[in-house]
Design a protein around this ligand. Structure first.
Ligand SMILES: *Cc1c(COP(=O)(O)O)cnc(C)c1O
Length: 457
């Protein structure tokens, strides 16, 4: 048989080569844009009408397919790194991290097993050890980068439950204790694990405290329900408030329960000299998660899941199969053993590259900027007669009300602000009241940006 390319999909012919240049140019243009377009969603019907059928028998060709992305699909997606995107939790990847994501894509590195990914896993592990060190965990701590806090919380709580069952048997019911401000993914993990939640009464700022946790655990014990895990939140997503982690750790230790800290949003502040003191007690955690795709300037999707004793996670979560046995025998460190997944992208590398290149001090400054912006916004709100600050910010979330507005007014303002390209700021609910919430993680947001948003209210 003649040795022609057996695949119409592979090989760098001239058309593919010119598409490569076009894509690299597009990427450069996108990261040059300051700010990027805010944009906004269309309905599925509007999108269908604009694109026509995209998957066809003979293909559209590079040019048309790319045009569809550039001109129709991308503008129907909000740029979450826009400096006036202050809703939910924004993102603000560094140029270094974004560009390195392309390198990861082009390198086909299988991130599950040391055999295949040793070099990349080594860099991920140093990054995870750095984070463990920020939290004050001992040398043996380690883990894996997973897709997000949801997945990290589930893996950590599954490990917690398996560890508890090894000591107490499989039949004794046991629960997760947390405050109502714990993230929805904790309730989802409890549902997947089919375990109850012991609710802890929050204090006036919504925090889990030692006294309330102790009371909740005692109440639950009298009903015959043990607690196998205590979850502390290191920056509640809606308020930015950090639980009493030291108090939670003391109660968990007394109970022989696992102490997990969900710091998916706030944990970035461990690197900030201003933010770090809020996390006193995290050094006692059995596990914690931090999402670098939120406030550590990494692209989606990236969550650091760290265990004090990774062997417990390995014992709970390693998959065993005939075709994998050779890998277990020779492994130095197999990331797939520490969460609920197998195939994985080495998604920790964009963070590693940016952190290695820029150094820790640059990260301290960039994260601390988010905290400063929140305090700046709080001052501006306090100085505006039509606005009222609801909580003094701890991390980088600011909650406030617009006097005289009802829920519909908030929503209408939010819709208008997006439609005219001003900002993405959405209402939230706090203590049953619809209010506004700003979340700062993007260090390129300016005081002028905040003024223009507050001024338009
Ligand atoms: C965002 C967040 C999560 C969920 O993380 P994903 O990366 O979106 O899965 C969990 N916990 C907290 C506190 C969060 O802020």
């Amino acid at each position: 048989m003649p040795d022609v390319s057996p695949s119409p999909l592979h090989g760098l012919d001239p058309a593919t080569e010119s598409m490569a240049h076009e894509i690299l140019e597009y990427v450069l243009d996108r990261i040059r844009m300051s700010p990027p377009p805010l944009d906004g969603p269309l309905t599925a019907a509007e999108l269908s009408a604009a694109t026509g059928t995209m998957i066809t028998g003979t293909g559209l060709g590079y040019e048309r397919a790319f045009e569809l992305f550039r001109d129709v699909l991308a503008p129907a997606c909000i740029s979450s790194d826009h400096p006036r995107y202050l809703a939910f939790v924004p993102t603000a990847p560094s140029e270094a991290a974004t560009l390195f994501d392309l390198v990861v894509s082009a390198s086909s590195i299988y991130g599950d097993w040391w055999l295949e990914g040793a070099g990349a896993i080594h860099a991920e592990n140093e990054t995870l050890r750095w984070m463990a060190g920020l939290a004050g965990l001992p040398d043996g701590a380690g883990g894996v980068f997973v897709s997000g806090g949801t997945s990290g919380n589930l893996a950590a709580l599954t490990t917690a439950r398996e560890t508890w069952r090894r000591h107490h048997g499989r039949d004794r019911p046991a629960a997760i204790a947390c405050a109502p401000s714990a993230h929805s993914s904790i309730r989802l993990a409890a549902m997947v694990l089919d375990v109850p939640i012991v609710p802890v009464d929050p204090d006036a700022r919504g925090r889990l405290t030692e006294t309330a946790l102790r009371a909740a655990v005692e109440r639950s014990a009298t009903e015959g329900l043990d607690v196998f895990a205590v979850v502390g939140t290191g920056g509640a997503t809606n308020t930015g408030i950090v639980d009493d982690l030291a108090g939670a750790a003391r109660v968990a230790t007394e109970l022989g329960a696992w102490f997990h800290v969900d710091a998916a949003y706030g944990g970035a502040a461990l690197v900030s000299t201003v933010g770090r003191p809020l996390f006193a007690g995290i050094e006692s955690a059995d596990s914690f998660v931090v999402d670098p795709h939120k406030w550590l300037f990494a692209p989606f999707d990236c969550c650091a899941l760290v265990y004090r004793n990774p062997a417990l996670a390995g014992a709970a979560l390693t998959q065993h199969a005939e075709y994998l046995e050779t890998l277990d025998a020779t492994a130095e460190w197999n990331p797939s053993d520490f969460a609920i997944h197998m195939t994985r992208r080495v998604r920790g590398l964009p963070l590693w590259f940016s952190l290695a290149a820029h150094g820790v001090e640059a990260y301290d400054r960039a994260v601390s900027r988010g905290i400063e912006l929140a305090h700046e916004a709080a001052r501006m709100i306090a100085d505006t007669s039509t606005l009222e600050l609801i909580l003094e910010p701890e991390l980088s979330v600011v909650l406030f009300r617009r006097l005289g507005w009802n829920a519909d007014d908030y929503q209408a303002w939010s819709d208008r602000a997006l439609a005219n390209g001003l900002a993405l700021v959405v209402p939230t609910v706090h203590d049953g009241e619809t209010i506004f919430r700003l979340c700062f993680v993007n260090p390129t947001t300016t005081v002028r940006d905040i003024e223009s948003i507050l001024g338009a209210m």
